[in-house]
Write a protein that binds this ligand. Structure first.
Ligand SMILES: [Fe+2]
Ligand SMILES: [Fe+2]
Length: 281
């Protein structure tokens, strides 16, 4: 986050052209999605407001990062000749992630904040060289982002939904979660086309890459988790009710999803990861 904070920022613009009404239709799922419930700022303890704004701002930034990365992945998969059902699914992910940025921006505006994003925050993750390794790296990046990142995120959103009480935060989390619950599966289906045919040396490189990705994800949500399980503080419960569960909750969801979902799916791809799951004492 510290390097991001020095990047120039721009205000999110949701309606700049005549395509704005089409965008609005997509964001509201052609009328199937509700408008965001009204928010009375008096419902949010004043002492929590800065952290609530910062938390939703971070969530919007990570949705925007997903727009950039899923866009790249779609391009990379098209370039290496992936089937149309895969490309269609990935194109759908890009559309979903744009929608999630818009939904998070609604929450920020209701909180009285101006939604802003850092420019050029996401470093290019793919190798665009024309060599044999470029395809392998694109697939490895796709597995890291989708089979780990998106799959775990879906579980994080589901758990956050159990704890949220503020109506507009509940609306936003459920709008995001309904899409996220498919994204990890799309990545896994795409990975099944490519990864089982990797040579042993390519699988070794993938293992290293994915082990790094797990550590990065764990750090990103505030880990590793130190010490034995503990009760949440009142402030942590209040933040979770506003849609922002504390690191201790997010980490336990992460370890659980890793053990029950991520590692078994990677094993199905023929990639066994030797990671030790759970909190560290
Ligand atoms: Fe998303
Ligand atoms: Fe996603």
């Amino acid at each position: 986050m510290s390097c991001r904070s020095t990047l120039p920022r721009f205000a999110v613009n949701r309606a700049a052209t005549r395509m704005a009404s089409l965008h609005r239709q997509r964001v509201r799922r052609d009328g199937a999605a509700d408008d965001p419930p009204a928010l009375d700022l008096k419902d949010i303890p004043a002492a929590l407001l800065p952290d609530v704004v910062a938390g939703w701002q971070r969530l919007m930034e990570s949705e925007y990062e997903s727009v950039v990365i899923s866009g790249w992945m779609t391009g990379a998969l098209a370039r290496l000749g992936a089937p149309l059902d895969v490309l269609g699914a990935f194109g759908r992910v890009v559309e979903d992630e744009v929608r999630h940025v818009d939904v998070a921006a609604d929450v920020l505006q209701a909180l009285g904040a101006t939604p802003t994003l850092p420019r050029d925050a996401t470093p290019p993750v793919l190798a665009w060289r024309d060599d044999a390794e470029a395809d392998e790296q694109a697939i490895a990046g796709m597995v890291a982002f989708f089979v780990i990142g998106e799959l775990v995120s879906a579980h994080e959103f589901r758990h956050a939904l159990n704890l949220v009480k503020l109506p507009i935060a509940q609306w936003a989390l459920s709008e995001i979660h309904r899409d996220e619950s498919f994204h990890g599966a799309f990545g896994f289906e795409a990975a099944r086309l490519f990864v089982p045919d990797f040579k042993p040396v390519q699988k070794d490189r993938l293992r290293v890459r994915l082990t790094d990705e797990l550590a990065r994800f764990e750090r990103r949500i505030g880990g590793p988790l130190e010490g034995p399980p503990r009760e949440l503080s009142q402030r942590e419960r209040d933040m979770a009710a506003l849609g922002l569960p504390p690191p201790v909750v997010m980490l336990s969801v992460f370890y659980d999803a890793l053990e029950k979902h991520v590692l078994p799916r990677l094993a199905e791809l023929g990639v066994d990861l030797d990671v030790h799951v759970g909190h560290r004492e």
